[in-house]
Design a protein around this ligand. Structure first.
Ligand SMILES: Cc1cc2nc3c(=O)[nH]c(=O)nc-3n(C[C@H](O)[C@H](O)[C@H](O)COP(=O)(O)OP(=O)(O)OC[C@H]3O[C@@H](n4cnc5c(N)ncnc54)[C@H](O)[C@@H]3O)c2cc1C
Ligand code: FES
Length: 290
């Protein structure tokens, strides 16, 4: 379904940056509040097209949906929506501009777009959430929602991989996730002095996760090779491929299934993805030309 705004789905909705938190040297989380009208509330796994006026647009996952927070005496007005947080790694012109946006400035959002993780379908199951790098951003709303409804799920395992300890996201939250009942395991490719955690591939963590394979759902986001190998490790534990979902990325322009920029084989990822069942995603990921 095409999300509608007063000026149509291609018109960015103004959102004010109310908080900016540097997660790492190149990654920033912005808190965004609607200036007036809000976009419809995203479900975990969806993304918006984020527009920096005069620079351009990029698809960015929603990393948290929260209540309105008054900043500098502002008051919620009728029709305002929740705060959206989006966590952005600076890799090019648009993402550098997003990361440089200071509190008080206005950006545009369109959306939300795409399929969600399908967390409601996983109620009653063990959850395995595996993230590589910036892939933790679209999984954070799953963690937060599952922990706020803890009794609805079995074991919650969060497996996080990063290049170095300095590249880890949301570090101030990980102990809270543990205290609320999640098993959080972190591994890095290259340790720095003082690092006492795991070193190596996230697939090693996935291979030893405690899970009831008959009643489990796995959501994976990261580089494609990491997603494929993590899924294979979970299948090796007895998980059914149908219970594993991956989030894929391709260049996007419209977000609406109109322009074809995000085509992957027979799919338009802005509409049919980014979250796809393992069995649908993997045959497309392994074709070089796609
Ligand atoms: C559904 C979806 C959700 C996303 N969520 C997030 C998010 O939460 N946080 C975040 O930081 N990024 C996210 N991305 C990636 C983000 O959209 C790109 O980094 C951004 O479009 C790059 O735009 P740019 O103008 O800054 O850089 P460009 O100049 O367009 O690109 C700079 C470099 O990054 C590479 N690049 C561009 N897009 C991608 C991509 N999608 N994947 C891998 N490499 C890419 C280019 O090949 C180039 O080398 C998401 C992408 C998709 C499709
Ligand atoms: S981004 Fe235009 S069709 Fe998907």
């Amino acid at each position: 379904m095409t999300p509608a705004t007063a000026h149509g789905p291609m018109a960015p909705v103004p959102y004010r940056v109310t908080d900016r938190h540097a997660e790492t040297a190149d990654t920033v989380t912005l808190a965004l509040e609607p200036v007036e009208a809000a976009v419809p509330e995203p479900v975990p796994g969806q993304f918006t097209m984020m527009y920096v006026f005069g620079i351009g647009e990029a698809p960015i996952s929603v990393s948290r949906v929260g209540p309105f927070r008054a900043v500098r005496g502002s008051r919620p007005a009728r029709g305002r929506g929740p705060v959206l947080e989006q966590t952005v790694r600076a890799v090019g012109a648009v993402t550098r501009a997003v990361c440089g946006t200071r509190p008080g400035r206005v950006v545009g959002l369109r959306g939300p777009f795409g399929t969600g993780w399908g967390l409601d379908e996983a109620r009653g199951c063990d959850l395995v959430l595996a993230a590589g790098g910036i892939g933790l951003a679209p999984l954070r709303p799953v963690v937060l929602r599952a922990l706020s409804d803890r009794s609805a799920f079995g074991r919650i395992s969060v497996l996080i991989g990063a290049r170095t300890p300095d590249d880890l996201l949301f570090t101030s939250e990980l102990d809270t996730w543990r205290a609320k009942g999640a098993q959080v395991e972190v591994t890095v490719d290259r340790p720095t002095p003082g690092w006492a955690g795991h070193v190596g591939l996230i697939t090693a963590l996935a291979g030893s996760v405690e899970v009831d394979p008959a009643r489990a759902a796995a959501f994976i986001c990261g580089p494609e090779v990491m997603m494929r190998l993590t899924a294979e490790a979970l299948i090796g534990l007895g998980m059914c491929p149908a219970d594993i979902r991956l989030s894929l990325e391709r260049n996007m322009h419209c977000g609406l299934g109109w322009c074809g920029h995000c085509q992957l084989g027979p799919l338009l990822l802005c509409r049919d993805g980014p979250v796809l069942p393992y069995e649908r995603a993997v045959p497309l990921m392994t074709v070089r030309e796609l």
